[in-house]
Structures are given as C-alpha cells and as structure tokens.
Design a protein around this ligand. Sequence first.
Ligand code: PLP
Length: 468
Amino acid sequence: MRYISTRGEAAPRDFEGVLLAGLAEDGGLFLPETWPGLSPAEWRGLRGLPYAELSARLIHLFAGETLRFETLRAMTGEAYAGFGHPAVAPLVQLDHRTFALELFHGPTLAFKDMAMQLLGRLFDHALARRGERITIVGATSGDTGSAAIEACRDRHAIDLVMLHPEGRTSEVQRRQMTTVLSPNIANLAIQGSFDDCQDLVKAMFNDSPFRREMRLAAVNSINWARVAAQIPYYAYAALALGAPDRPVAFSVPTGNFGNVLAAWAVRRMGLPVERLIIGANRNNILARFLAANDMSIRGVEPSFSPSMDIQVSSNFERLLFELLGRDGAATAAVMGRFRTEGHMPVPDAAWREATQLFHGFSLDDPGTLAEIRHLWTTAGYLADPHTAVGTAAARAKAPEDAAIPVVVAATAHPAKFPDAVERATGLRPPLPPRLADLYEREERYAVLPDALPGVEAFVRAHARRNMT
Ligand SMILES: *Cc1c(COP(=O)(O)O)cnc(C)c1O
C-alpha cells in the first residue's frame, strides 16, 4: 500500500513512512493511493469479532507490507486491553433508532485514546526497528495532552514533554497529565496562556539546530495513522447493527474532521453508510459550508464543547481531494486561496456532491444543556456536551427512512465535563472506579516562565536521546 499527498507533489511513501512523516513535504496530507475494499461476504465474515481483532484486520489493509499481521494484532491487543469496558466501544440504545457508540472507555476518558493508544505503539515499533529515538513536544489546553501522554508513557524510543498553561486547565485535566510518573514523560506548566504554549512549541520546531539535536516530532490529528485507527469502530458498530445487509447513518461531533473522515472511509471501503451527520457547536464552519458553500474563517468562540472550538478543520483537505477527483494541483490551489483569503473556493459541483452525503447541524450552549437534560430525562443517559451535540444533530438530520439506525459517536465520558452535566441535570457524574483515586495521586510537573531558552533547556534535560 502506497500513500500519496493531497497536493500531488510529494513522493509516495509506505505506511511506516507516513506514520513518521505526519505532514507531506508539499504541505498536503497523505491518503492511500487506492482505497482497500471488502465485498459484502468479506464484511459478513468480520461480524462478531472482538474489537482488537477487528481493528487489526482492518488496519492491516492499510499497513500492508510494513507490518506483519501478528505484530499488529499483538499491538491492538495491548492497546485496547486497558479499556474500561469489555466491548471496548459499546453501543447503547437511546431511542427506537438512535445509538451511542461509546468511544470514551480509554485511559483519558475521551475518544482520542482509541487512536492514540495504538499510535504510541506503532511509533515505538517503527523507531525501534530503525534504531531511532524521538522527542515529542506538544502544547495542550487539556484533552489532547493527556491522550498523548497516556499513549507514550513507558515507550522506549519516545520522550515526551507536554506544555500546559499554568492554572488554566481543569484540575481533572491537569491531574490526568501530571500524575503519570513514567521516566519518559515530563510536564511543564507555563506561566502564560495556551497560545503562549503553542508559540513556544512552534519556536522550538523553528529552531533548526535544536529540532535536529532533539529529533523533535509531533503527534497531531493530521497523521494518517490516527485516521486509520479510527476506522474500525465505525465498522464495528455498523456490523453489529446488520451491515452490510442494512444501511446505517453516523452522527459525529466534529472539530478537525478527523473522526468523521474515518466514518466516510468505511463507506469508501464498501459498507452501506447512508448519511454522515456533522455536529458543530457555535463554531460552525462545517455546517455553514454544507448549508451554503460558505467555508470562511471566523474567530473561535469558547463553548461547552471545547474540543470542537476550532476555526479550520485540517482533515477536511482529505475529503476535498476526493471531491476534486483526486486532483492534487486543484486541491493545492483551493487550499492556497483558503490560506490567503480566509474563504475556501470549493467548486459548486464538488460542494453539491458533498451535500448528497453530509448533513451539518450546529447547536449553541443553551441547546447543548437542553439536549443533555433531554437525554437524561428520556433515556436515563448521561452525556457529555460533545456527545450531546452529536445526538441533537442525529435527531434533527436523521434519514427519512426510520429503518436506518443512526449511530452517534459518543466522544467523551460525562465525568470529563462534570460542570456542564451538573448544570443540565443536577447530577455530578463520578469518575469511573479506575480513576477514582486521581485526586490522591502524586503529581509531578515543573513551572517555568514564558521564555524559550528556559523551556529548551528543560526539554534538553528530559530528552534521553543519547541513551541506548
Ligand atoms: C477531539 C474531540 C472531538 C473532535 O474530533 P475531531 O476528530 O477533531 O473532529 C470531539 N469530541 C471530543 C471529546 C474530542 O476530544
């Protein structure tokens, strides 16, 4: 399996190459040169498999010759063994046709664990094979940082330094990061804002000698392997509900478009996905695009679903490339104008094609609280604010044919956003038992001012790049 760039210029790479590269050299994102497909009989043959097994079978189609199946199966087995539910990603019925696909039973209680737990192992394996080590640096306002830390803890070939703004994350979020005491993990609280943290990380990457010396790397949401690791749970849900002999629809609360792109991929691979519903909060660039071909940048406003407070959905470029008939030059031109003009000129035919399959919906904060309350009173289901955006979107935009079930990606555990849930229902959801002692665990982190030299010295002291 070879991968090509959405901007058509970069040399093709194999799975391991795109895993380690992240972004292509021409600024584009990698996609398979040809999509693997399964026949209905082959899909039926995957019904009833345990999650780790199904995920190894499907990801192997993308990893191909760079990874032996047995090696990959051992990795998915380990990656999902620590999840807090034997189904890994259980389906819970909410009404006659709506189901929550719970993707939050991993170590940090959010769906990013589904991909990151495998990604840390894939990185470690590839680096060990090459005899290399890397230092991952990142900035977080909360959620992504803890998923990356849990994914990289105790990995031999990786050191990780995570920056967060001192005093500006919730206590749960901070403790999920700072109570991981593995020797390859270091947390740094910066006396500044999240933007200051991000600027420090950018400055480290722009400091070429430092970047080379530390072998700096990032694990961001445009990495193809992250999308690949999200494909299996959509197949898992669809197969459980009768696919390929019964169509399904998915509703996905969306930020960077990575999660919904994985849902699109199972359709591309042959499952009958009738409709893809995109849930947004008040930061509704994708909903505006689908309603009126208006993909224009506005300022980000904070909401109750902070992991969807984004301005530009970076993974949308992959869908755009497909909509433009896989024309890299055309994709590069559209993305170039988006960057300079703040408005994406998607050709009318491509936009129309997108609206055949994708339906957008956006919900403000009062609507989100009302939806959390609705789920609690009608189904006894406690949903986090992101999931609630997805369930509201599912109801508003479900296919007319009621025989088609709608699966909502439940992306965070309600205990991760207890304040909104309590405001909506009067109930404060407790942390699951395996995290119940989070407030008693020892924390370890350093505090530094917002200044590059001190931060680089800290990273240098914590990167074990010369150890063998
Ligand atoms: C990251 C995140 C999202 C958005 O996912 P994308 O892949 O960026 O679309 C939604 N909900 C939660 C809880 C998240 O952490």
